[in-house]
Ligand binder design. Structure first.
Ligand SMILES: Cc1ncc(COP(=O)(O)O)c(C=O)c1O
Length: 466
C-alpha cells in the first residue's frame, strides 16, 4: 500500500521524499549499468508522457520512467553540451530552496536569502578582481546574463549626450554565442547592428580585425555600444585576449562585456586562470555556475564593475515593491525578474560546506582528460584534431584511411554523431567549424576517464566501418 499523496508536509509525504531520495541516489550510483540515452522517437516519448485520467497516487513509477528515458548526464560517457552532472550537495540545496521558496527580488520577502545572494555576488566579483562599487545578480543563465550586461552597456551608452543621434552597434567574435545577437534583437537592434569579427587560427577574436572594424565606425552615424569578448567559446572553448581587447575598449571609449558563461570558472584554478587574464578590466561579465561550477540548472550570474549602470538599466516605478529606503537591498532593482528563485543558495552552501577545492579539482580534472583525448586523436591516423583544446571543449573528426572529399567527410561525421547517440554508448555533439562538420565534446563529468575516451574513439571507428 503506497502512502497517500496529499499536499501537506506530513509523515506520508516524508516517506515519499525518502523513497525519492533513495531512488535518485541508486540511479546515479548505478549509472554505468545503463546506456547514456535510451533512444526513443519523439512519438514514442509523447505516448510515454501522457498524463491520462487516473491519478496513480504514487509518484515513484513516473519518476522511475523519467529516470529511464532521460539523457544521463552522470554517465561518464556523456560528453555532450555544456550542461553538468551537478554536485549532490547543490542538488539537495535545490530541495531546500524550493521548500522555502524565498523570492529574492525584494528584501522583505527574502531577508536572509537576499544577503546570501549578495554574499555570492561579492565572492564572484572578488574572483574576477572587481573592486567595491561593483554589483550583480543571479539570473537564469548565460543568455539572460548577456542580455542584462548589454542592458547595462546601453544605460551607459545612453547617458553620453554625444551618442544621442547615433545608431548603436555591438561588436563580437564570429564565434560568439547566439544569445548576443538575440539580446541585440530584444533591444530593438537589427542584424546589421551586430558586427561579427573574424577569428584567428586559434578561434579567438582577431585583434587586428576588431581594431579595423572599430576604426571604420569612427566618423560614421554608428557608435559602438559594446564590444563583447568571449572567455570559453561554445564551439571550441577559445579564450579571447581580454587585456588587449580592454585596451581597444579604452581607446574607443566604449563598454567591454565578457561572455565568460563557460570559462570564468577557470579563475578558481591557479593553473588555468591565466586563460581569463585581463577579465578584471571588463565592464560586465556573464558567468554560469550551472556550467563549470557543477550547479544544477539554473544558476547564472551577471557581474558589473560599476553598479550605477545596472541600476540605471532597471530603474522602475513600483511603489508596491520598491521604496527608496531599502533600494540598496532589493535585488529586483537590478534585474529583469520580479519573482526570483533563491538559486544563489546552491553555490553558497557548497562554498560554505566544502570550500573551493571541489571546483578546482573538477575543473583541472575535466581539462586534463580533454587534453588526453586530444593526444589520442593526434596519435591516431584515422582521426583529425581541429584545434588544440584549452579547457574541456574539443572538436575533431573521423577521417578514416584514404582520400575523401570535404563533402563526404562532413556527411560521414554527421552520420557518426547520430549513430553514436542512438547506440547509447556515448553522447557527443557536432558543430560546423570554419565550414567543416566536426565532432565536438565538452567533457563536463569529472568521472570521465581514460577508459571512456578510448572507448569513444573505438565506438566511432566501429560505427564508421559498420
Ligand atoms: C559562451 C556561452 N555563452 C552563453 C551561453 C548561454 O548560456 P545559457 O544556456 O545558460 O543561457 C552558452 C551556452 O552554452 C555559452 O556557451
Amino acid at each position: 500500500m503506497h502512502p497517500k499523496i496529499i499536499p501537506s508536509f506530513d509523515s506520508e509525504a516524508r516517506t515519499v521524499a525518502h523513497r525519492v531520495v533513495d531512488l535518485l541516489f541508486d540511479h546515479v550510483s548505478r549509472i554505468t549499468e545503463r546506456p547514456v540515452l535510451r533512444w526513443q522517437t519523439a512519438e514514442e516519448l509523447r505516448e510515454l508522457a501522457r498524463i491520462g485520467d487516473a491519478a496513480s497516487n504514487d509518484p515513484l513509477p513516473s519518476i522511475g520512467q523519467l529516470l529511464d528515458y532521460s539523457l544521463q548526464l552522470h554517465h561518464p560517457s556523456y560528453m555532450g553540451h555544456q550542461v553538468c552532472p551537478p554536485f549532490p550537495l547543490a542538488v539537495l540545496a535545490d530541495l531546500v530552496i524550493s521548500t522555502l521558496n524565498q523570492s529574492t527580488a525584494v528584501w522583505e520577502m527574502s531577508p536572509f536569502a537576499t544577503m546570501i545572494e549578495k554574499e555570492v555576488v561579492g565572492w564572484l566579483n572578488a574572483q574576477i578582481g572587481f573592486q567595491s562599487g561593483s554589483t550583480g545578480t543571479m539570473v537564469s543563465g548565460g543568455s539572460a546574463a548577456n542580455l542584462t550586461g548589454l542592458l547595462a552597456a546601453r544605460a551607459r551608452w545612453r547617458s553620453d549626450s554625444h551618442q544621442q543621434a547615433a545608431r548603436p552597434v555591438i561588436l563580437c567574435s564570429a564565434d560568439a554565442h547566439y544569445s548576443i545577437a538575440r539580446a541585440a534583437a530584444i533591444m530593438g537592434m537589427g542584424p546589421d547592428d551586430v558586427i561579427k569579427v573574424d577569428t584567428d587560427e586559434r578561434h579567438r577574436m582577431d585583434l587586428a580585425a576588431l581594431d579595423d572594424s572599430l576604426a571604420a565606425l569612427e566618423d560614421t552615424d554608428r557608435s559602438v555600444m559594446a564590444i563583447v569578448a568571449t572567455s570559453g567559446s561554445t564551439a571550441t572553448g577559445a579564450f579571447d585576449r581580454l587585456g588587449d581587447i580592454a585596451g581597444l575598449r579604452d581607446r574607443y571609449r566604449t563598454w567591454l562585456h565578457v561572455d565568460a558563461a563557460h570559462g570564468a570558472s577557470v579563475l578558481l584554478s591557479p593553473s588555468l586562470r591565466r586563460l581569463a587574464a585581463g577579465i578584471e578590466h571588463a565592464d560586465s561579465v556573464a558567468w554560469d555556475p550551472h556550467k563549470m561550477l557543477w550547479m544544477p540548472l539554473s544558476l547564472g550570474a551577471i557581474l558589473v564593475r560599476n553598479s550605477e549602470w545596472l541600476r540605471r538599466a532597471f530603474s522602475a516605478d513600483a511603489p508596491y515593491l520598491f521604496d527608496a529606503e531599502r533600494s540598496s537591498l532589493n535585488l529586483g532593482e537590478l534585474t529583469i525578474q520580479c519573482s526570483k528563485r533563491a538559486d544563489a543558495v546552491k553555490l553558497w552552501l557548497m562554498l560554505r560546506s566544502a570550500g573551493e577545492e571541489p571546483f578546482r579539482a573538477a575543473l583541472e580534472g575535466v581539462t586534463a582528460i580533454t587534453r588526453k583525448l586530444y593526444d589520442l586523436v593526434m596519435e591516431s591516423a584515422d582521426f583529425q584534431a581541429m584545434h588544440e583544446p584549452e579547457l574541456n571543449i574539443f572538436c575533431f573528426r573521423y577521417v578514416g584511411a584514404g582520400e575523401r572529399s570535404a563533402d563526404d567527410l562532413d556527411q560521414l561525421n554527421g552520420r557518426l554523431r547520430q549513430a553514436l547517440m542512438e547506440s547509447g554508448q556515448a553522447w557527443i555533439t557536432t558543430t560546423l567549424l570554419k565550414g567543416s562538420r566536426v565532432l565536438r565534446v565538452s567533457i563536463m563529468n569529472p568521472a570521465t576517464g581514460t577508459a571512456e575516451i578510448e572507448s569513444l574513439l573505438d565506438s566511432l571507428r566501429c560505427l564508421a566501418n559498420a
